[in-house]
Every structure is written in C-alpha cells, then in structure tokens.
Design a protein around this ligand. Structure first.
Ligand SMILES: [Zn+2]
Length: 423
C-alpha cells in the first residue's frame, strides 16, 4: 500500500499522455493474463473473435463484451478466478445493487485500492496521524481495524445510531479531541451537521470526506455551511478498486486512471457523448485473483467534456455520479436508519437475494426480500431481531418475501422508501 501510495503521489502529476501510456500498458497485460489464466474471459474473447493482441489501448475495449454480475456469478469461483500465489479472501457486497455479489481479492488488490484512497485523503489535506472521526456500519471492529484506528487516530462511530443525544456526544467528541476531519456516509454526516447547526455548535473543520451514497445538494449545503469546509466526495466500490474522488476544483471527480478505466454506455451499450450520463462500466487494471474487464457495476455517471482539471493532475475527469436514490427511515424515538444500516445487516444473510425497505407508518417498517435457497421462517425472525438490536428496537419490522423488487418508473431500484416524507 505505502509503495503504491508513494508512486501515486508522483504519478498524479504526470501529464495525460503519460497517464494513458501507463494505463494502456497495464491494460494489455491485464488482457493477456486474463486470457491465459481465467477461463471465463478466454471464453468471452473467443466467442467475440478477439485475441489478446487486439486490445492495445482503452479505445480497443469496445471489441470485448460487457459482463455483469449475473454472468460472473454463474462462473464463480472456478471459471472467474486465477491463482496469484497469495492468500485470497472473499469480499461481498449488497450495497450498490441490493443484491449480494462476491469477488476474490488478495493483499495486492487491497494495497492498490487503499493507496488510491490515501491519495483522496491527501487531496482533502489530511496527513497521517491527524485525528479524525469516521462513521461506518461495522459494529464489531476487527482487531486489525482497531489497531489501524489507533495508529491513524481514527475515532470510529457506528452510523447505526443517529439519535439526537448520540449526535451531541459525537460533537462533544470532536471538541474534546480537537478533531479537524470528519469522514463517512453523506446521510449520517448530514444529520450530524443539521444537529450541530441547531445546537449552535460552531467549529470549522478542515476536511469532510464522504463515500457510499449520494451527496444530495441539500446534504452538501448543510454540511458545508455548518462545518465551514468543502465536502470531498469519493467513489469507491466493494469490488476491489477505488474509482474516483473529488480534488476540490469544480466538483468534478478524478478517475484513478492508473487503477481503473471507466466507460459510460447507453442502453444499447454504445458510448455516450461528453456531458451525457450512462451506465458505468469499469475495467480494473490490477488483475488480482478475479479480473474485472468491462464490468457493469450498476451505477450511472456523467462523462466529462475532456477538459483538464485546474488542479493540474493528469487523471481523467468524471462530471458526476448519479447515485442510488434512497430515503431514510425515522423511528418513533428519533433514530435515523440510513440505507447502510439495512445493507450492513442484510449483507450477512446469504439467504437474501435482494431487498427493499418501505416505511408507511411511524411505528413500523416493511422489509421486502427476494429470498434465496435456505430462506426460512427462522431467517425472517433472525433478520427482524438483528435489525431491532442494531437500532430499530422501537419499530415493528415486518419481513415479507416477494418474487421481485419493482423498479421505479425511471427504471431505478430504490432501497429505502419513506412514504411519510412525501406530501
Ligand atoms: Zn483536479
């Protein structure tokens, strides 16, 4: 991680030609490796009549088929993974689509994306060892995470509990430990900022870094006006890469061009034009145990117009991310359950294929689940009791199984719908 981080600190100032040359070389190598060692990609390439030598630059990627979660899931793990000679582990997500999806990664994969994330922290003016407050959904931090927290002076607070008195405690903690940096989900930081403003809390911060969901304009406005600093949003994913982050100029995002190639495709898989929005297709340049080539990640984003950024960095720009449309459930005692609250619980249930949460009444919530094999009455009870334990204790949780989660008229999947919020 540190080696890669130091490399990126230099490489971010390369001009775009040099960035592209590095990227294309890494791409050609990725394709050769995947063709030789991963049956899934060899089959895909053979079916498309493409040889590894046909892919020399990012522009050649259109010759290859787009792959999605369903395709990768069907060949997982035998057909889709390779032996890197290192210890591998599984990383699973339900976050970006509401549907479980697993990949394999190793220490090199993790080293690369962690280094890219450190670079984002650099951009937001944080230096190693400065105390920071971080919100997250892990209730029991593992021992190595706790060591990391200690070393990096991270005050980790769960985003499960967003009651006003807990928010006040967090504000006191920021005062007591002279914390200048606050990071986490935009939704949880929005509630922290809103509470701070209401309490007349007034202490400018040096950085607010967000990830994991959409920074709605009202979130940004509230956080920036309360904490007196610009929100730097980052775009990562659970599939072993960090995709993009804001450098602080123009609210655009720099793609981590030495880690990932981003394409934006329309409904017919054709590239969209400048300033147009399309499905995000990523190619991770680091092959790792499970290469991802032209992988449809399930998000939508807007392409930039190709102008370089005023900061002078050579990494390509992305205009914006169309995040997941999501509400927040409010419990009778005033806890706010953000989308990560639900994904943080439900991603541990292998029997859950996908889900949606709907609040129609103040004291109850409906959890709709598309079940997988093994889902039983006990699973239902277990889900309801785990949600209660983690922060929904004053809500009645009705778990019901459905055959599919309906999409919105715009074709989007919504995870959390709060019908009480609507006029
Ligand atoms: Zn920039």
């Amino acid at each position: 991680m540190m080696q890669r981080y130091h490399f990126l600190q230099q490489a971010q100032w390369w001009d775009s030609e040099r960035v592209q040359a590095y990227r294309d070389e890494a791409l050609a190598k990725l394709i050769r490796t995947s063709y030789a060692e991963v049956p899934f990609y060899r089959q895909q390439m053979e079916a498309a009549g493409v040889k590894p030598s046909d892919i020399r630059t990012a522009a050649d990627l259109v010759k290859l088929p787009v792959v999605d979660k369903t395709m990768l899931r069907s060949g997982y793990p035998d057909q889709t993974t390779r032996d890197t000679g290192q210890k591998v582990y599984e990383a699973c997500t339900s976050g970006s689509t509401g549907k479980n999806f697993c990949i394999k990664e190793d220490a090199w994969t993790a080293g690369w994306y962690r280094a890219s994330f450190l670079l984002c922290l650099d951009w937001a003016d944080w230096t190693f060892g400065e105390p920071h407050l971080q919100t997250g959904i892990t209730l029991n931090r593992s021992i190595d995470r706790r060591i990391k927290d200690r070393l990096l002076r991270c005050h980790y607070i769960p985003a499960f509990d967003l009651h006003d008195d807990r928010l006040d405690e967090n504000l006191e903690r920021i005062d007591r430990y002279k914390i200048d940096h606050v990071w986490g989900y935009p939704s949880s930081l929005y509630y922290l900022a809103r509470r701070a403003k209401k309490q007349g809390w007034n202490r400018p911060l040096r950085s607010v870094i967000t990830w994991g969901d959409m920074v709605y304009p009202r979130y940004r406005e509230m956080i920036e006006s309360t904490f007196g600093t610009q929100v730097r949003d980052t775009y990562g994913c659970c599939e072993g890469m960090h995709i993009a982050a804001q450098c602080g100029h123009d609210n655009q995002y720099h793609i981590h061009s030495l880690d990932v190639i981003v394409e934006y495709l329309d409904a017919d898989n054709n590239p969209v034009g400048a300033n147009q929005t399309g499905d995000v297709i990523v190619t991770r340049l680091h092959p790792g145990p499970m290469p991802l080539i032209r992988y449809r990640i399930g998000d939508r984003a807007t392409r930039s117009d190709g102008q370089p950024c005023r900061c002078g960095r050579g990494f390509e720009l992305m205009r914006g991310i169309q995040g997941r449309d999501t509400d927040c459930v409010v419990t009778p005692t005033g806890n706010r359950l953000i989308v990560h609250f639900f994904t943080g619980v439900l991603e541990h249930f292998q029997e859950v294929d996908s889900f949606q949460v709907v609040q129609n009444e103040r004291d109850s919530v409906q959890v709709r689940i598309v079940p997988r094999q093994g889902f039983s009455r006990e699973t239902k009870q277990h889900i309801a009791s785990t949600l209660a334990e983690r922060g929904a204790e004053d809500l009645r949780v009705d778990v019901e199984t459905v055959s599919e989660i309906p999409l919105t008229p715009a074709g989007k999947r919504r995870f959390v719908i709060n019908n009480l919020d609507r006029p």
